[in-house]
Write a protein that binds this ligand. Sequence first.
Ligand code: ATP
Length: 297
Amino acid sequence: MNDVMIEVAHLSHTYTTAPVKKKALDDVSMQIPRGECVAVIGFNGSGKSTLVQHFNGLLRPTPGSVRVDGVDVGGAQVNLRALRQKVGMLFQFPESQLFASTIYQDVAFGPQRMGLGRHELRARVKHALDIVGLPLQDYGQRSPFELSGGQRRRVALAGILAMTPRVLILDEPSVGLDGEGRAEFYAYLQRVRQEQGVTTILVSHDMAEVAAIADGLYVLHHGKLVMQGTPASVFAQSEQLRRWDLAAPPLHELLAALRQRGIALPEDVMSVEDAFHFLQQTQKQKQKQLPDVSSRS
Ligand SMILES: Nc1ncnc2c1ncn2[C@@H]1O[C@H](COP(=O)(O)OP(=O)(O)OP(=O)(O)O)[C@@H](O)[C@H]1O
């Protein structure tokens, strides 16, 4: 099996509907590995949403190409329905798109249109609601409108999971949630990744969030892909990021400042605990190397 889930080659996109033409993507090429969680970051208007809308066929690549699981999504033969089943997309404020009178009906809406039998449909809805922590027996017959914002967003996520996608795109999934709602949402997202091995693409402004969850980052600036790498390697470039109106999370700023002052923290040191452990080990090694003056008399 190919290790690349999404392959973008020389993709550009110009909106022609606005009063002035707008080049939103400019010759972007990238390869998103299968099963990883990656994040697309960049200042407002840098092209993040435009890029990910190419992954499920909402926008067609002209010029350039996008292949999802080996299939050219711009090809004349592409089956858009099958593509959207494979690539689930959670838009910003997805809870505003809930419409059915029960949570069951809402989550069942997508898979119902796939022509599944009643038992398979119910099993899928049950599994999806279990994953997001809203068990069918407790929540299935309730109205989504009785739930908190964070819970409603999880219902929307369950609606996508019930389609068993191989790729999950989340556009600013935590915007508008309070701290607890965010933490809960991300805990369930981690579970989705562990249980279903979906390739996850996150569009986010929240750098601490992406540092905590993503395996890899892609940085867009004025429609161009200007940097890519692990969160540690990208956030180590804090001066460069500032030029693109981005800021590394405070913890990474602190680690970068320590490195600049000569403390040789390895790149995989990503938390206060890691840094503390590393410094403690270094201290111990130094002490071992010192001559033991106490035994001399
Ligand atoms: N439908 C559209 N018609 C015309 N211009 C558009 C359209 N959608 C986006 N744009 C413009 O294309 C550029 C990229 O927009 P896009 O939404 O992809 O950026 P973004 O990085 O996702 O922004 P944000 O962080 O604000 O959501 C922006 O200048 C935007 O104004």
